[in-house]
Design a protein around this ligand. Structure first.
Ligand code: AMP
Length: 259
């Protein structure tokens, strides 16, 4: 399964993606996490991204596209993945389309979490408070100033992706202001509907891959094998039977008639 979680910062993409990872045994690919790891490790990408991220602006497309291209080629992404925080611009979405097409893969769904700005600010403040309480460093961009810029960037550059994926028939939008479990249930509903549709749309030949359809060719093969073996045997059997029958008939004919 290959999914995209779309939504503004603080919408709960990461929380829901994590749950889907456990449920579907696929990997979560968060470009934000990857970039933060690069910043921490002070790699060349991390050094380029550090200040841009702290300001709440978007890292250049070429950098994130290269990171994602590399990541989805790794063996653990073969079974599927959830992209969280990518794509964030139309050129990134186009680059992703090209990446997937080059691998003969397709996107299964894009799930958009819709959340009002006021709620996002509360969530970001709460996340920063909880991180601080755990004694962990608070994200440089989890503050009202950076959030304002992140939101402005989201509406200008990322929100148009909803229309982009709606045109492709891939978009499902959910009320991201419901509880975590309600949002999770909605996502599950969407995914099982998609799975059902995919199954129904599979051509009959492909459905032959199912257990029921496999049973038919096996039965035919069985019959063939039997008849392939049997011609010689059945010829012998019928020869024996006819030779057994003929004397009996002859004997019956020769039997003297009672007076
Ligand atoms: P996130 O953890 O998804 O909120 O991302 C944190 C920050 O990482 C963003 O504000 C951007 O500066 C940067 N970032 C993450 N993903 C992308 C992306 N797809 N394109 C550009 N910048 C990104």
């Amino acid at each position: 399964m290959r999914l995209i979680m779309l939504g503004p910062p603080g919408a709960g993409k990461g929380t829901q993606a994590q749950r889907l990872v456990d449920r579907h045994k696929i990997v979560q690919l968060s470009t934000g996490d990857m970039l933060r790891a690069a910043v921490k490790a002070q790699t060349p990408v991390g050094r380029k991204a550090k200040d841009i991220m702290a300001r709440g602006e978007l890292v250049p497309d070429a950098i994130v596209v290269a990171i994602v291209a590399d990541r989805i080629s790794q063996p653990d992404a073969k079974k599927g993945f959830i992209l969280d925080g990518f794509p964030r611009t139309v050129p990134q979405a186009e680059a992703l389309d090209a990446m997937l097409a080059g691998k003969g893969l397709k996107l299964d769904a894009v799930i958009e979490l819709k959340v009002d700005d006021g709620i996002l600010l509360n969530r970001i403040e709460k996340r920063a408070g909880e991180t601080h309480a755990r004694g962990e460093p608070v994200r440089a961009d989890d503050n009202p100033e950076a959030l304002k810029r992140r939101l402005a960037g989201y509406y200008a550059q990322t929100a148009p992706l909803a229309a982009y994926y709606a045109r492709k028939g891939r978009l499902s939008s959910i009320d991201g202001m419901a509880s975590i479990s309600q949002v999770a249930a909605e996502i599950d509903k969407i995914l099982s509907k998609l799975a059902g549709r995919a199954k129904a749309a599979r051509p009959r030949g492909r459905q032959a891959g199912t257990a029921a359809a496999k049973a038919k060719p096996r039965a035919q093969a069985g019959r063939k094998r039997k008849s392939a073996k049997s011609p010689a045997k059945s010829a012998v059997r019928s020869k024996k039977a006819s030779s057994r029958r003929r004397p009996r008939t002859a004997a019956r004919r020769k039997r003297p008639q009672r007076a």
